[in-house]
Design a protein around this ligand. Structure first.
Ligand code: FE2
Length: 311
């Protein structure tokens, strides 16, 4: 399909300085007064939540105000815009065509400005198999997110959102909690999900924004660094059985939690989507509730208050 991934996310926040301090610590790179980048050039734009230039918020408080999806090239972008006929995309001064998705979120489309980034994870050794020879595994003192991997939203009208992203935008279903949640990938051959839609009638919103890192060592080292800098864990580290990814979620001044994750499933046309019934062990095979203290390297709390136990 023509969409390659998330090119940019714009946040409307109440405290710009605090939001930027978080993004500095998170390991993204400032490129202007309001824009940070992941290693592949994915953009995080922070603006005052009352900035009149921002699209409307889909929920109160700090939150995502817009997502720009990237297309592979001009031809793909044109094909994509053909699929939006009848929705009357509006074109701003930046030339980006935008529509509003069924959840009320502004989404735009452009030829991707991200680079194709290939970062090899640390090889693992197994019994009788040596993939890492005369080389120690790394200990990261800071994560540097490779890209904006996925967005998770609460849908006011779940069926309409599922239909819009699969039929209009051509996303592929990777796995599903029927009627409750659907994991979608924008490329048939690609990472397990770039968008996860959760059903929550009457309260649309953002559940989290996730950043891809190289491997589990960068999840752990990055999370410990955030903890050492005083940022609070929502839940993690842990591992999702659906998508297989290692994760660590943090509270932040951008809005909903943000996530470091690594080693998610890569799917092709041969991937078999599954339907699951919600249960806590499908959100996390294992997880540490309140994170790991950055100084003592011990678990901070033993009680899960994240509310994520139900996937
Ligand atoms: Fe996630």
């Amino acid at each position: 399909m023509s969409i390659t991934g998330i090119d940019a996310v714009t946040f409307g926040v109440s405290d710009l300085a605090e939001a930027k301090r978080f993004l500095d610590d998170w390991g993204t790179t400032p490129v202007s007064a309001t824009t940070y980048q992941t290693r592949d050039g994915g953009q995080l734009i922070v603006r005052d939540q009352n900035d009149p230039a921002l699209p409307p918020a889909i929920e109160p408080g700090n939150t995502v105000r817009e997502v720009i999806w990237g297309a592979a090239d001009a031809e793909s972008l044109a094909a994509l815009l053909d699929r939006l006929q009848g929705l009357n995309p509006r074109i701003g001064p930046d030339g980006i065509p935008r529509v509003t998705d069924p959840n009320g979120l502004s989404i735009g489309f452009r030829v991707t400005q991200r680079t194709d980034l290939a970062i090899a994870p640390t090889p693992s050794n197994g019994p009788g198999v040596a993939n890492r020879i005369n080389q120690r595994s790394p200990v990261y003192d800071q994560a540097r997110p490779a890209k904006i991997g996925h967005l998770v939203v609460f849908a006011n009208d779940f069926a309409a959102m599922r239909q819009f992203y699969t039929e209009r935008l051509g996303f592929t279903v990777s796995d599903e909690y029927p009627g409750h949640g659907v994991f979608l990938r924008c490329k048939t051959r690609g990472e397990h999900h770039n968008l996860f839609i959760l059903n929550r009638p009457g309260r649309p919103g953002v559940n989290h924004v996730a950043f891809t890192v190289a491997d589990i060592h960068e999840v752990i080292g990055g999370g410990i660094a955030m903890s050492r800098k005083g940022w609070k864990t929502e839940i993690g580290p842990g591992r999702h059985p659906i998508s297989s990814a290692y994760f660590w979620y943090f509270h932040n001044p951008l809005g909903a939690p943000v996530e470091y994750y690594a080693d998610d499933d890569y799917c092709t046309e041969a991937w078999q989507p599954q339907e699951f019934v919600r249960k806590p062990e499908l959100f996390a095979e294992w997880a540490i509730a309140g994170g790991i203290d950055g100084t003592t390297r011990r678990q901070i709390v033993a009680t899960d208050t994240s509310g994520r136990g139900h996937a």
